[in-house]
Structure formats: structure tokens, C-alpha cells
Design a protein around this ligand. Structure first.
Ligand code: WAQ
Ligand code: MG
Length: 246
């Protein structure tokens, strides 16, 4: 018998729904079995309701069955930790890692500028790794990576490690696409100053600090070498169900 799996996703905003101009507070993704739906919904609701970015007045939780035959299982990435003493040194490490991935200096600066700008986007932007031009047309919504989780999700412990786990699941899915050159991310949560550079070849490099406590700016950039099939790439990121092996 085929075991049904469900994708659960949450988005929360303040000042109304995102599409009505509300400010993004939080989002989350789970893939769970039928019997764990309630637990996952509770976890995501708790995340939305007790978020350091502020009080959400719009929360949407979507539950969708996914065909377990469509699910791909992929390996997790190698993790490296780069800890620096200052934000400037942290950002210098980001620049060095991205240069090694073949991302141009122009693109690197545009990506950092983008993540340091407001308003915060709900999803990621897709950027040409050479020109630094933004390639997607998703405006402030950005591209939301969905349908991704750890293979044995639901067993995680505290919320501190949970944040890194969620980020590593997203990064593994993004890096698994041959279209992705590299990803740059840091949190938009004011209490979390660690970010990462990730790629299929070199894995997941946690880098800190990339901002100061209290800073609400953060975001994600996926670098690609153009021209790409944008529709196919976004479809993979949003819709292909992926479980990351522990
Ligand atoms: N798909 C695309 N972009 C997303 C997604 C998603 N599913 N979720 C978040 N983003 C974008 C969005 O612009 C957010 O503003 C930004 O990324 C940051 O999201 O190992 O917590 O969920 O300790 O705040 C890095 C962990 C944590 C480093 C990153 O991101 C480590 C984090 P957040
Ligand atoms: Mg956040």
C-alpha cells in the first residue's frame, strides 16, 4: 500500500496578508505522514505566533497530499563552520566563498546589497551569477522553496537547532539542482546572525556573524549561469517533493 505524505506550509505576516501589503513575519515547510499532520501544524503555528520579527495578524497554513511515488530522496550536504570576530570579516568570508564558486564580484555585491535592503522578501530571488541581474519575476514574493523536509522530520529537539535544520533542508534541495551555481542566505530574524553559502560541490558553509542582533534584514539569493529554463527551475524549487536523508 502506498503511504500518503502531506506537504504542510505556513506563511505569516503583519498588517494583513502578504499580497495585501502585509510585512513578512515567518514561513515554514514540512513533509509528514498522515498521523503527524497535527503535530506539524502545531509546530508551524507556534513558529508563526511566537516569532521574534513580531506579532502576526495573518497566518495561512496549507496542507496538500503529495504522491509518494514522486518523492526524490537526496543526500544531505557536508557542513563547514566559519566563525569570524566581526560582521566585516563574516561578509569577507561570504565574498571569498562565492568567488570560488565562480560568482562575479558584481553579482556578489548586488546579492549582499539585496539582502541588506528592505522590505524583506518572503522568498528568494534568482540572480545571474555573472551580470547580477535578477531573473525571476516574482517581485516581493520571491521564489518560495516548498515540498522539502528531512526524511525523519518531526523528531527534532529545540528551536535553536531547528532553524539550522530547516535552512539545511532548503539548501540541500536548492543545491541539488544542476542549474544552481550557489546560494547565499542569512536570516531575517533579529536574533539570528548566522548565514551560509551553499553549493552542490562544496556543501553548506555556515558563516557568522553576518549582521548584528536586532537587525531585521535577511534574505536568500540563488545564483545561476544564464540562460536557464526559468519555468522548469522554479517548478523544481516550488513543486518537486524532496526528502533529505539524515
Ligand atoms: N524559499 C525561499 N526563500 C525563503 C524560504 C523558502 N522556503 N524561506 C525563507 N526564505 C527567504 C526569505 O526571504 C527570508 O526572509 C529569508 O530567506 C530568511 O529566512 O545553519 O532562518 O527562515 O545556523 O529567516 C540560516 C541558518 C538561517 C544558518 C536562515 O532563514 C545555520 C533562516 P529565514
Ligand atoms: Mg525568518
Amino acid at each position: 500500500m502506498k503511504k500518503a505524505l502531506f506537504n504542510i506550509r505556513m506563511r505569516a505576516a503583519q498588517g494583513g496578508a502578504h499580497e495585501l501589503g502585509g510585512e513578512h513575519i515567518s514561513g515554514g515547510e514540512r513533509i509528514t505522514k498522515q498521523q503527524s499532520i497535527q503535530q506539524s501544524v502545531n509546530q508551524l503555528l507556534k513558529k508563526a505566533q511566537s516569532h521574534p520579527r513580531g506579532k502576526a495578524d495573518f497566518i495561512q497554513i496549507t496542507i496538500e497530499e503529495i504522491d509518494s511515488r514522486e518523492i526524490k530522496r537526496i543526500p544531505q550536504q557536508r557542513i563547514e563552520t566559519i566563525s569570524k570576530l566581526s560582521i566585516n570579516e563574516g561578509l569577507a568570508a561570504v565574498r571569498a566563498e562565492l568567488l570560488e564558486e565562480g560568482v562575479s564580484k558584481v553579482s556578489i555585491e548586488k546579492a549582499i546589497d539585496f539582502i541588506q535592503s528592505v522590505p524583506t522578501h518572503r522568498g528568494a530571488i534568482i540572480m545571474d551569477a555573472q551580470s547580477g541581474n535578477r531573473l525571476d519575476d516574482k517581485a516581493i514574493r520571491g521564489v518560495r522553496v516548498s515540498r522539502v523536509d528531512w526524511e525523519n522530520a518531526g523528531k527534532e529537539s529545540c528551536s535553536k537547532t531547528q532553524r539550522s535544520r530547516e535552512a539545511r533542508a532548503i539548501a540541500a534541495k536548492v543545491a541539488h539542482s544542476p542549474i544552481t551555481v550557489a546560494e547565499l542566505c542569512w536570516s531575517d530574524d533579529p536574533d539570528y546572525i548566522i548565514g551560509y553559502v551553499s553549493s552542490r560541490k562544496k556543501g553548506y558553509r555556515r558563516i557568522s556573524p553576518l549582521k548584528s542582533i536586532g537587525d531585521m534584514r535577511g534574505g536568500r539569493v540563488f545564483f545561476v549561469n544564464g540562460p536557464i529554463n526559468l519555468v522548469q527551475y522554479i517548478n523544481y524549487l516550488e513543486s518537486t517533493p524532496i526528502l533529505v536523508r539524515e
